[in-house]
Design a protein around this ligand. Structure first.
Ligand code: ATP
Ligand code: MG
Length: 283
């Protein structure tokens, strides 16, 4: 709202008296996604709908091939829906933009000839959204947040897989996107490093409260990372259920409630082929 437009002595604007209803940040509305191959059309998702609120840690969970990555690519603007619409902050998504940044599973997301600091600052400089000084300030800020301030002048080949993912996360957050998209970012890490990265991501979220859309096919990871989890059916992906995971955190793994919810998710994903296609659980 333009604050200068309302004079304190004048009548209050209507929006102040009747606050507008809260709208979700991201709407995915009846989205069908397809790939045209030379022989046939492959349907990746079928009529998928969900909403993500600001500061959600929203997880897409489903078996291999159910269209999780394709959905993320569609939100990033790389794949156009054949049916339905995706809206971010009120605007239809038609192309990639700096308001949506993706962190992938692969460790080779960083140009090897740039230092860590240059890697983090690079997209900011390329997007011309800020000047050089601000870009490097932000790079330093987010490198510190992911615990890599001491490696700012190192090159990617000098880093472990986990450290490279930290750089990728710092680079993404430095862009201050409206939504951070993560596609199985820790799947290629060993179990201990993966666990540490999950902890760090949650600690970072506690500090920055960014909006996260996180893809995984691990039920445990979904429960640890997410506050909301969307379950997708096997190929082609349709919404099977939405689960609330607000009450779970790093401390809950192994607890009875955690295990029971994990078992329920497993059943919903794999054993309920005769259930209605979509249902919402107020767990
Ligand atoms: N470039 C492509 N061309 C044709 N079909 C594709 C292409 N990319 C993905 N697909 C197909 O679309 C479907 C969904 O793929 P997608 O990669 O989105 O699944 P996913 O849920 O991310 O799987 P995973 O958990 O294995 O990463 C699959 O059947 C896949 O074979
Ligand atoms: Mg995938």
């Amino acid at each position: 709202m333009d604050k200068t437009a309302w004079h304190p002595a004048g009548p209050a604007p209507a929006a102040r008296l009747n606050p507008a209803p809260q709208h979700a940040l991201l709407y995915v509305d009846d989205v069908t996604l397809e790939y045209a191959t030379p022989k046939r059309t492959v349907q990746a998702t079928r009529k998928v709908s969900f909403e993500v609120d600001a500061s959600d840690r929203f997880v897409l969970l489903g078996p291999s091939g159910c269209g999780k990555s394709t959905l993320l690519k569609a939100i990033a603007g790389f794949v156009r829906p054949t049916e339905g619409q995706i809206r971010l902050d009120g605007a239809a998504i038609r192309a990639p933009g700096p308001d949506r940044i993706v962190v992938f599973q692969e460790f080779d997301q960083l140009p090897p000839w740039k230092t860590v600091r240059q890697n983090v600052a690079f997209p900011l400089l390329a997007s011309r959204s800020v000047g050089k000084h601000e870009a490097y300030d932000r790079a330093d800020h987010y490198l510190e947040k992911v615990g890599l301030a001491d490696f700012a002048r190192a090159y990617p080949h000098m880093l472990s897989g986990g450290m490279k993912q930290r750089v990728a996360i710092a680079r993404a957050l430095a862009m201050q996107p409206k939504v951070l998209l993560m596609d199985e970012p820790f799947a290629a890490l060993d179990a201990l490093t993966r666990r540490k990265m999950q902890e760090e991501l949650l600690a970072l979220w506690e500090e920055v409260h960014f909006t996260l859309l996180f893809v995984t096919h691990s039920i445990e990871e979904a429960l640890l990372i997410g506050n909301r989890i969307l379950l997708l059916s096997p190929h082609p992906g349709r919404v099977r259920a939405e689960i609330s995971a607000h009450r779970f955190g790093l401390h809950s793994q192994g607890g009875a409630d955690f295990q029971a919810t994990a078992a329920r998710i497993h059943r919903l994903l794999f054993e309920h082929d005769h259930e209605p296609a979509q249902r919402r659980e107020a767990a």
